[in-house]
Every structure is written in structure tokens, then in C-alpha cells.
Unconditional design. Structure first.
Length: 219
């Protein structure tokens, strides 16, 4: 799948000089690993994260969704304590902005801490909730793993579906913006989606599967 030039540049910079954002070694720790999202505020803005934690290190990425349709991809890196559940996460947006999120894991399904934008010393209290499971018994599969260089999701339809009409219907129903729509051959669309929207899309009868996007390199 294709990624935007902006994300490709951000990924190259990440690989070149950011040791703290590299993939942690060791077995995955379920304490923090998974998909998380804040509750939307009245304007419709919220942040979704996909986190991988192992050996006391955190990596991953996500999307900040602003005012319904404006979106900004981000990458994360940091540290955590498996014993206390305390964590400190550095956030880097594709547009160049930075933030810090520091706090503790509370229970099995919430991350509570202070979110500080840029160099601000005081953090605003923010709660991330673990992404819900699909609200149906027979959900479409979710394939792949999160790649911060390609944070979107391809959503594939059954062959009989009118891809353009169905993509527009789902975007209107769940409040997201498609980045691409495929109407011939493989039918479906690509979009930056929150974990909650991914969960409900997996229960739509038109959807055959959803996949984490990825970067394809050629020799």
C-alpha cells in the first residue's frame, strides 16, 4: 500500500536518528500492548494509539483526529515499569509537533496521565481506553500489525459491493475520511481509523477483512 510523502519523510527521519523509537526486543508485554483511544470531545477530536511494549520499552504510533476530518499521524517511543505500570511516552507528529504523555496503567483497560504539548511543564489529564472488541459474534478478520510509517487501514469489500457507494456510506455513518477507494479488481478503501471504528467496521456485512497498512519496498 502507498503512504503519503509526508509519512515517508517522517519514517526516514525516525530510522536515521531516533534510538528511543526503535522496536523493543523481547516478548511482548500485554500490560500496555494494544490499541487505545481517548473518548471524543464534543468537537469530535480524539487520539488513537497502537502500542507495542516489551522489555521496559514502548514503540508504536497513532492518529490525532481533529474537528471531524482533519487528521495528523504520530509516532511514539518511551519507557515503562512492568511492576508499577508507570510509563513515560514521547510523541512526535508527522507535522513536526511534539508532546509527552506520562502516567500509569489503571486496571486492565485504561492509561491515565498528563499530556504535555511541546515544552509545556504542566500536563492536561488524559485517559486512554483500550479498544473494544467487535460488537458481533462473526466479525471480519483484522490482519497485520501496526507500522508507524503507514498508520492507515485498507478495508476490503465483498466482490458484489458497490465500492464507491459503500465507502461513502460508511464514512458518513462513522465520521471518517477515506484516503483512497478501489472500485475495480479488489474493492474497498483506505483510511486513517480509530480502534473503535475498526471494531464496528468489522461487523459491517459488506466488509470481508481489514488490514493494517504497510510499506512495500522494492530492490
Amino acid at each position: 500500500m502507498k503512504t503519503s510523502a509526508l509519512l515517508a519523510i517522517a519514517a526516514a527521519a525516525l530510522i536515521a536518528g531516533c534510538r528511543e523509537f526503535t522496536m523493543p526486543a523481547g516478548p511482548v508485554d500485554p500490560l500496555l500492548t494494544g490499541d487505545w483511544a481517548t473518548a471524543p470531545i464534543p468537537s469530535g477530536s480524539y487520539i488513537s494509539l497502537s502500542v507495542r511494549a516489551a522489555g521496559g520499552r514502548i514503540t508504536g504510533g497513532g492518529v490525532e483526529h481533529r474537528l471531524c476530518c482533519s487528521e495528523d499521524a504520530l509516532t511514539i517511543g518511551g519507557d515503562y515499569s512492568p511492576l508499577s505500570g508507570a510509563f513515560s511516552i514521547d510523541v512526535r507528529y508527522a507535522g513536526g509537533a511534539t508532546a509527552t504523555f506520562a502516567g500509569t496503567v489503571q486496571g486492565a483497560d485504561s492509561l491515565v496521565g498528563g499530556w504535555s504539548a511541546g515544552a509545556a511543564a504542566a500536563g492536561v489529564r488524559v485517559v486512554f481506553y483500550r479498544a473494544p472488541e467487535p460488537p458481533c459474534a462473526d466479525s471480519a478478520p483484522l490482519l497485520g500489525t501496526y507500522d508507524p510509517a503507514a498508520p492507515g487501514y485498507p478495508v476490503l469489500f465483498h466482490d458484489s459491493v458497490d465500492a464507491a457507494a459503500e465507502a461513502a456510506r460508511l464514512a458518513g455513518k462513522y465520521g471518517f475520511t477515506t484516503t483512497d477507494v478501489w472500485t475495480t479488481g479488489v474493492k474497498g478503501f483506505a483510511a486513517l481509523l480509530s480502534p473503535g471504528i475498526v471494531a464496528v467496521l468489522r461487523c459491517e456485512s459488506s466488509v470481508v477483512l481489514i488490514e493494517h497498512d504497510g510499506v512495500v519496498t522494492t530492490q
